[in-house]
Design a protein around this ligand. Structure first.
Ligand code: IPE
Ligand code: IPE
Ligand code: MG
Length: 234
């Protein structure tokens, strides 16, 4: 991919795991397991081609509505995944951040999140962000509450977009340049509502477990054909 502008920040809604499994007569949870493998491959590919931030939507604040057995399996997979990710972070010097309402996760997952935060302080470079128990509206409300506390205590006096952005889970992370949603749905499902103001959207029918580096290249090629004006004139 010569002369290609690689997006600094790619965000992906990891959708289609359940349908991938159903098509094969497997339980939905088999799709989640395969989806976790796909994430590993795509994260490595992103790092190799020079993407600086990869943010993935893995479990939304609305996904608790799923059958308890499915939620339980997803939580177990996340636990396994974070254990493994901690080893990878230390081996490859990767930063990883969990974005979302961490307090709503199990104590075991919270401890793993704290560990990934601690390891991330040691490294610079590629950063993976995993959105867990994440909702875009909840993030904005949480930021407003924390801002109000700081205002009341005199810690802040001003308010503008930059200052407010620092109260988001995504503080210090640049906005996504490219948002990809596999799985065929063309909606945002409460993902990064604040941060996607000027992101380029790319939708594909490919189900997330079938997503490959080639598919990512296609999304990046399409991104390179877009004319980003940010409200300005051409
Ligand atoms: C995405 O895949 C994973 C989560 C939301 C946890 P889905 O489970 O939503 O898969 P589909 O959309 O039902 O195929
Ligand atoms: C969005 O997918 C959330 C994640 C991928 C984590 P959903 O499958 O939950 O979204 P809807 O229900 O199709 O909008
Ligand atoms: Mg879905």
């Amino acid at each position: 991919m010569t002369d290609t502008n690689i997006p600094c920040h790619i965000a992906i809604i990891l959708d289609g795991n359940g349908r991938w499994a159903k098509k094969r007569g497997l339980p939905r949870t088999a799709g989640h397991a395969r989806g976790a493998e796909t994430f590993r491959k795509i994260a490595t590919y992103c790092k190799n081609i020079g993407v600086e931030y990869l943010t993935v939507y893995a479990f939304s604040s609305e996904n608790w509505k799923r059958p308890p057995e499915e939620v339980k399996t997803i939580m177990k997979l996340l636990d396994n995944y974070l254990h493994e990710a901690i080893d990878t972070m230390e081996r490859d010097h990767i930063k990883m951040k969990v974005l979302g309402d961490v307090e709503g996760l199990s104590p075991e997952l919270q401890a793993l999140v704290a560990k990934t935060d601690e390891i991330s302080t040691r490294y610079d470079g590629f950063q993976a962000n995993i959105c867990l128990n994440y909702g875009g509206r909840a993030e904005i409300v949480n930021a407003a509450k924390r801002y109000a506390e700081d205002l009341a205590s005199g810690k802040v006096t001003e308010l503008d977009e930059k200052i407010f952005g620092n109260y988001m889970y995504s503080a210090e992370i640049p906005d996504p340049d490219l948002l990809i949603r596999p799985g065929g749905e063309q909606r945002i499902s409460n993902f990064l509502l604040w941060q996607c103001a000027y992101s380029e959207f790319y939708f594909t029918d490919i189900l997330w477990p079938d997503f490959t580096p080639d598919e990512l290249d296609k999304a990046i090629a399409e991104f390179n054909r877009r004319d980003r004006r940010f409200g300005g004139a051409k």
